[in-house]
Ligand binder design. Structure first.
Ligand SMILES: NC(=O)c1ccc[n+]([C@@H]2O[C@H](COP(=O)([O-])OP(=O)(O)OC[C@H]3O[C@@H](n4cnc5c(N)ncnc54)[C@H](OP(=O)(O)O)[C@@H]3O)[C@@H](O)[C@H]2O)c1
Length: 253
């Protein structure tokens, strides 16, 4: 049987890195995308299966398209696309945020995800086979203070995923929006708080958050489901987290 290929964006850290390890142990060869080449090379050296590395900013569409076109023949067919590269920047309320942070989140979480999907999809449709797993977030389902554009960008991921399903009906190409809650052991909060380690610590203190392996195991489960079954969306939270109700301000009257 031909080796299957998975393309994972954001494979240099966190959930993408854990997903790469999980899919490699399922026998997939991997196309790994992220900006930090050295992290990708380090990961490649730990994996038993062949990897093709693309050290590229996913928002540099021309470079990404060019690198993708130049992939070796043995990596031509992409069976699984994991659109994982993404980020939150800042936790200020909308009146105080940095406009550049908003742009970066929309460009990375929405536009780059859509662009790469558009690049990979024709091959999947032609093969009449494939699976796209988009990394959403509970921030796309539940509003919280400071979530603003990050939450909106993940709501885009959810709507884009389910709209792809509509377009792909009649093909065997599947699409899942995987929606994690609070997950520790990644660089997510370090990036969000621009390296402020106290702020990072306080996010994960005194609670038992999900781990990258929890999400990677979920990804391994999704890719192992039979072809007649599509997981539309899958929301996973740590037990210590819940959508705990709407806020009412009692000081405004
Ligand atoms: N951690 C959580 O609590 C959590 C919860 C829900 C959803 N998520 C989502 O899960 C995904 C992964 O998050 P994570 O926690 O694993 O974060 P992370 O540890 O910060 O990893 C993010 C990955 O994305 C890559 N990346 C970011 N911007 C990029 C760009 N412009 N071009 C190429 N690669 C880029 C980073 O690589 P380079 O820096 O090397 O480019 C890194 O590999 C994100 O979409 C996030 O929104 C995370």
């Amino acid at each position: 049987m031909q080796t299957k290929t998975a393309l994972i964006t954001g494979a240099s850290a966190g959930l993408g890195r854990a997903a790469a390890i999980a899919l490699s142990s399922l026998g997939y060869q991997l196309i790994l995308v992220a900006r930090r080449q050295e992290k990708l090379t380090e990961l490649q050296q730990t994996l038993a299966n062949p990897c093709h590395l693309i050290a590229c900013d996913v928002t540099d569409y021309d470079a990404l398209a060019e690198a993708l076109l130049a992939r070796p023949e043995s990596f031509k067919n992409i069976d699984v696309l994991i659109n994982n590269a993404g980020l939150a920047l800042g936790l200020e309320t909308a009146d105080k945020t940095d406009w550049q942070d908003w742009q970066t989140m929309i460009e990375t979480n929405c536009l780059a995800l859509a662009f790469l999907t558009r690049q990979v999809l024709p091959g999947m449709v032609e093969q009449n086979q494939g699976l796209i797993i988009n990394l959403g977030s509970i921030a796309g389902n539940y509003a919280y203070k400071g979530g603003n554009v990050y939450g909106a960008s993940k709501a885009f991921v959810d709507q884009f995923s389910i709209n792809l399903r509509a377009d792909l009906l009649g093909t065997k190409v599947r699409v899942t929006n995987l929606i994690p809650g609070l997950t520790r052991g990644t660089e997510f909060s370090k990036v969000r708080f621009h390296g402020d380690s106290d702020a990072v610590k306080s996010v994960y203190a005194d609670c038992d958050a999900l781990t990258p392996d929890d999400i990677a195991n979920t990804i391994a489960w999704i890719v192992s489901q039979p072809e007649h079954m599509n997981i539309n969306r899958l929301e996973v939270m740590p037990t210590c987290q819940a959508p705990a109700g709407l806020a009412v301000d009692k000081t405004m009257k």
